[in-house]
Design a protein around this ligand. Sequence first.
Ligand code: ATP
Ligand code: MG
Length: 770
Amino acid sequence: MNNYLEELNEAQRDAVVNTEGPSLVIAGAGSGKTRVLTYRIAHLLKNGVPPSSILALTFTNKAAREMKERIAKIVGSQTARYLWMGTFHSIFARILRSEAEIIGYPSSFTIYDTQDTKSLLKTIIKSMKLDDKTYKPGLVYNRISAAKNNLITPTAYLQNTQIREADQASRMPRLAEVYKEYARRCKNASAMDFDDLLLQTNLLFKNHEEILAKYQQRFKYILVDEYQDTNFSQYLIVKKLALGHENICVVGDDAQSIYSFRGAKIENILNFRKDYPEFNTYKLEQNYRSTQTIVDAANSLIEKNKRQLPKRVFSENAEGEKIQVIGALTDNEEGYLVANEIIDTRMNHQHRFADFAILYRTNAQSRIFEEALRKRNIPYKIYGGLSFYQRKEIKDLLAYYRLAINVKDDEAFKRVINYPARGIGNTTMGRLETYAVQNNQSIWEIASNPDECQTAGLNAGTQRKVAEFIHMIEGFASQLTSMEAYELALQIASESGMLKEFYKDKTPENLSRYENVQELLNAIQDFSLNAKEEGRPNQLNNFMEEVALLTDQDTDKEEDFDKVTLMTVHSSKGLEFKNVFIVGLEENLFPSGFSGTLTGAELEEERRLFYVALTRAEENAWLSFAKQRYRWGNLEFCNPSRFIGEIDEQFLNLKSGGLQAHLPRRESVPPAKEEATTRRSPMGIRSQQGNEHLGKRLTRMNEANRQNAAAFAGSDPEEIQAGMFVEHQRFGRGKVIAIEGTMPDRKAKVFFPNAGEKHLLLKFAKLKIV
Ligand code: ATP
Ligand code: MG
């Protein structure tokens, strides 16, 4: 395809063809930033730039894959294959592996995931005899992570009086020691956590100029998507690499910066201007994703944030439907109402399930929706939470693989030394670990040495059992390079005794575990086949590298083809769906925390998060809340989120049925319709009074909804029957062909001369008998 430049508007094309020098694209949601990045790469390739000299950093692996596919369509897959494209973590893990030796790691270092990290921290906190109610592993992890992302090493941490004072204030004065011990243990285990991947890259570039120079020369063009969410560590890596040629293009939207809790810094955008005073800037203002209503509603919300760069976003798409607000009495009812809306909308718009997404603030909210969807037989897929790779049986088997690749991996060692049971108990493990820590070595180094085992206090019988285990792992390790990924994976699953564990007793739980393991093996087989076809290395460690760096969005499977998506708002960044439900819109949930205690900056971040959620929608958006919800085991009464009230009300449809007529009229006037650009400018800030009105309306709406829901459960009041003539608001007159199901799911099959055959849920369709 050669007319790719014609698929861009003028501003986008400008940003694509001016490939030299620093470029900054800060623009609103859906304005084509990712598209610009993609086409810019294609353009570079078309103009003869070798793919291996282009470095593109994306937010998820999935985004990278999709960009690559698009580029392959323009320039051919042979060329696209050699691009350096992926998340910061995956790209720099790759670089670290090839330079590992110089920083004192083997190239086979393990990447500890959050669970490994927390488990190690727990061990350390316990062994230092600290109170884990004060030194909560999650909290400690966040503090260490923040330090790493600001390039503060354990030594620097110890010397930083400001941080030490903060630790004192939060009653964790020994955090510096925990950090130091954690770093030491990771090193002994030849392991890096996610933050280390960035920290170590920075250290590598700082301490080894020749290596930095090599990569500066290699990557002649650098591109970064979602730049607003880079942290200091990432910012610095990019800055160092771009030094010299300065062919760096970053795209982002400050209004979508949602990771400040992980250290992302909006200032990176401002720094860009300082770092590259000669930069080009491109304004993308047209949103191609969403209806005018959604874009304008999102604008009216985000302008409540004080801290933001001025920008304009408008849409020339259809005006579209208003945003529906659904009030439910309880969280269960919220799930029920959302499921109903999905069925109804899917039918009326001929959409697929995959066109729907349910976005929530926290993973825990998914359960209610899962239940509601299951009851209605609506297929769904869920991202994040306890993902496939976090399941116990999967982690166990992966631990065998990890250990075969890096025998020093302590967390993997501890996981499988006695699984399946080999008579090596906690006491033995405790002795080995304590001895290893004292001697600054990994557990493996002790366990594989009979003399050390003896000194550590293991008796002869236990020593024999440990030796057998060591021997088995050595056997696996020795085949890493000679066997293909799948063959070896299968062999380990079987010889480790794991597969046998599952058919020992055939409980449904074991069956499901067995199936999960099969699924993992299938994934490895797929990997093997693809790698072979594409001439990529096809060993178990290559597969494991990919697994270690999966993000929430990356767990798509083929059978997930037509399913409703459930995910947190955080994971939805960069994605788009025809229909989006933003649920749990209540104070203290979204905005999260105890809203009363949020600082101004925190509240603004919550608002940006809501902005991200709303701007995922292409055609329809729903906002839902419940009046009562179970949280932490208690039934809580909730108030609708202030964010609903912050959207200009002209874009909202409060689904309150007959109540609508009694509601106070709004004083605001719809914007003028003459010109697309001015028409879409957001309305002025609404008065406090306006919000109060809305608050009251929302409360009353709850009541109306509750009554509606009660009516759903009863019989069909209108008694529509086959053969009758009916009238529908949109489809006009039609004839009922059949009635199916019982209330509340009773449906009418109706033939409308103007719209064809439709299946309508009676409780929503409001059919009038004519
Ligand atoms: P976000 O801020 O959410 O990451 P974005 O600015 O990266 O959004 P894209 O995802 O690149 O926006 O584009 C949004 C949608 O608009 C995509 O479906 C994209 O294909 C489409 N689009 C962008 N530019 C154009 C164009 N010039 N013509 C037609 N469609 C376009
Ligand atoms: Mg994007």
